[in-house]
Design a protein around this ligand. Structure first.
Ligand code: TPP
Length: 334
């Protein structure tokens, strides 16, 4: 990418393949992707897809996906080629080998300074951003994740459940290398975060392992906290508590006439007591002014911790390409 100065858009599962801070990285594309990524997908004249399957979160409206582009699709699985997007060139191959082979094209050169400048200007035009709550009674999930990114220097292994917190993690944690984000992608496995973090910590005991989970998903596998004590695993579980099945509620709000069916928890257990029962130290963040301080305390604690971050039940993930719309039809841009 660097040699040919090609801007890069990532899918959820590809995050980290190129560091967030890399000047050629435009961000995640698709439904909750960045403006710069979605405009690049929409306006590029050559798109080379390495190993992603054009799923409905990236190509919500296949007929209008990358409408101006010649499309090349490199994938190890022949059944992926021409499955969702008809491509101009399909290459059934190992992506790494294909990328290495491309390095041989020393003499290949294209001039696209204007295109690069345009892509970069889009990064500045609409970066991911969030506003402060007007009454300031809730913490911002984006800030919590951004801050965890700062104190872990973007170097932690981060696992998630499924939902809004997963998308905020994708948007705000500054991943540096591939494999750092462990999330279930298209399988949409709620409750994946803590078990995945256990596996990650056992495999990489020297890494900081953070599990960012929703209050819905947490209630599916929180009993796995027993393993943290049993195996002495220092994992920080960050529970983004909006008192709702947030992603479902966001869709009900936007597309289903605000019929909040079965998506709001009227009662919740005391999550900190639950953690205590498993000998996991609990930290409650119910005052946004204490956010950084409490996160510091939890990360400085020698042992597993549950950090419950209380956020607004109506905080949406933005921007958003509504289901069935083309990528340039993002809503909620800052
Ligand atoms: C087992 C399972 N049931 C239902 C869903 C559909 N689903 C996707 S996101 C979501 C809400 C998740 O809520 P929560 O864990 O609180 O996370 P939030 O969206 O609030 O961050 C649901 C129910 C799913 N992916 N998996």
């Amino acid at each position: 990418m660097t040699r040919h100065q090609l801007p890069v858009v990532s899918t959820l599962l590809g995050l980290g393949a190129i560091p967030y801070e890399h000047p050629l990285f435009l961000g995640m594309g698709g439904m909750h992707g960045s403006y710069a990524s979605n405009m690049a997908l929409t306006e590029c004249d050559l798109l080379i897809n390495f190993g992603s399957r054009f799923d409905d979160r990236l190509a919500s409206k296949p007929d209008e996906f990358a409408p101006n582009a010649k499309i090349v699709h490199v994938d190890i699985d022949p059944s992926e080629i021409n499955k969702i997007i008809k491509v101009d060139l399909g290459i059934v191959a190992d992506c790494k080998a294909t990328l290495e082979a491309l390095l041989d094209y020393e003499s290949y050169s294209i001039k696209h300074d204007d295109w690069l400048a345009y892509c970069n200007s889009n990064k500045e035009k609409h970066p991911f951003s969030y506003s402060k709550d007007e009454d300031e009674s809730f913490s911002k999930p984006q800030r919590a994740i951004e801050y965890i990114g700062e104190i872990t220097d973007g170097d932690a292994i981060v696992t998630t459940d499924v939902g809004q917190h997963q998308m905020w993690t994708a948007q705000y944690y500054p991943f540096k290398s591939h494999g750092q984000l462990v999330t279930s992608g298209g399988l949409g496995t709620m409750g994946f975060g803590i078990p995945a973090a256990i596996g990650a910590k056992l495999a990489s005991p020297d890494k900081t392992v953070v599990s960012i989970v929703g209050d819905g998903g947490f209630q599916m596998t929180n009993q796995e906290m027993a393993i943290l004590e049993e195996y002495g695993l220092d994992i920080k579980v960050v529970l983004i508590n909006n008192g709702t099945l947030g992603m479902v509620k966001q869709w009900q709000d936007k597309f289903f006439n605000k019929r909040f069916s079965h998506s709001v928890f009227n009662d919740q257990p005391d999550f900190l007591k639950l953690a205590e029962a498993y000998n996991v130290k609990g930290f409650l963040i119910d005052d946004p002014t204490q956010l950084e301080q409490q996160i510091d305390a939890a990360f400085n604690h020698d042992g597993p911790a549950l950090i419950e971050v209380r956020i607004s039940p109506i905080e949406p993930v933005t921007p958003m390409v509504p289901s069935g719309k083309a990528n340039h039809e993002m809503e909620g841009l800052s």
